[in-house]
Design a protein around this ligand. Sequence first.
Ligand code: ADP
Ligand code: MG
Length: 303
Amino acid sequence: MVERPASVVKEAVENSLDAGATEVKVSLYEGGKVRIVVEDNGEGIAFDELPLAAARHATSKIRTVEELERIRTLGFRGEALASISAVSRFEVRSRREGDETGGLLRIEGGRQVMHTPVSCRRGTRLSVEDLFYTLPARRKFLKSAASEERRVSSLLRDFAVAYPSVAFSESRDGKAGFSSSGDGDRERLLRDLWGDAGELRRCETGASHLSLECWWAPFPGKTRSLVTSFVNGRAVSDPLIRSAAGSLCRACPGNWVFLFSLDPELLDANIHPTKAEVRFRYPGEVFDTIQQAVLKLSGRVPS
Ligand code: ADP
Ligand code: MG
């Protein structure tokens, strides 16, 4: 589940979003190989619950089997912090609104070495040092700092598109990188990301249990389309969406963004540990919805 700095950042940011954060700041040192810090202004973790947060299969998000059927949070397995803290020097500082002091928990290679009150701002700050120091063979598979930085950066851009009301910022070895304003204006964000003031079209389609917000920046110079898709706030690279969108968008080159909102009961997000793939109960309906959107925006009959 934890493969590289970007996987750590993904899990940490999902936790920040689940905690209702409106600001998420990611700092990388040497592409995250030396240190990764993720700070948020979310609801925080109570002092007594800190060790539990890093324990395996401990999640605060699901209490019953029925709840598992309609997951609305990004996380639900309670595995991420346990896996990360088992293979790094891990520290979490957190304070909830209204608590006088916060808590600090340190785990090194899976062993708790400190749990003490500290003063800190509201929210949670996670620091992951020396990722895979316990697994030198695994550490060798990490790419150059620049390459790991690129993965994190593209991940944060995806998060920014999915959550335009959250301000994301990134720094690399102390220098500011990508940031989003968090003002909720998805159009402006896409224009920033795509770096061109050309035409940008938007449409909504679908029904209440399956709706789709779709964006298209036509790019006549292109022969292929770049498609990014999200399901319930999670970037997915699902084969069904990929092939449906790919074939439909071929006739209309440009940048495409598909944001699906689905009733969680129509979705099984449980099939892949990194949750990048989803399984739809009614794939045909998903295909039709994509087709409708592409038709609406392009005014063409797809081949
Ligand atoms: P999951 O997200 O599947 O519950 P994690 O291992 O990612 O499991 O996190 C374990 C628990 O730690 C979460 O259920 C949550 O209670 C707490 N937690 C982790 N990160 C944060 C955060 N940034 N803000 C508030 N609580 C957090
Ligand atoms: Mg999580």
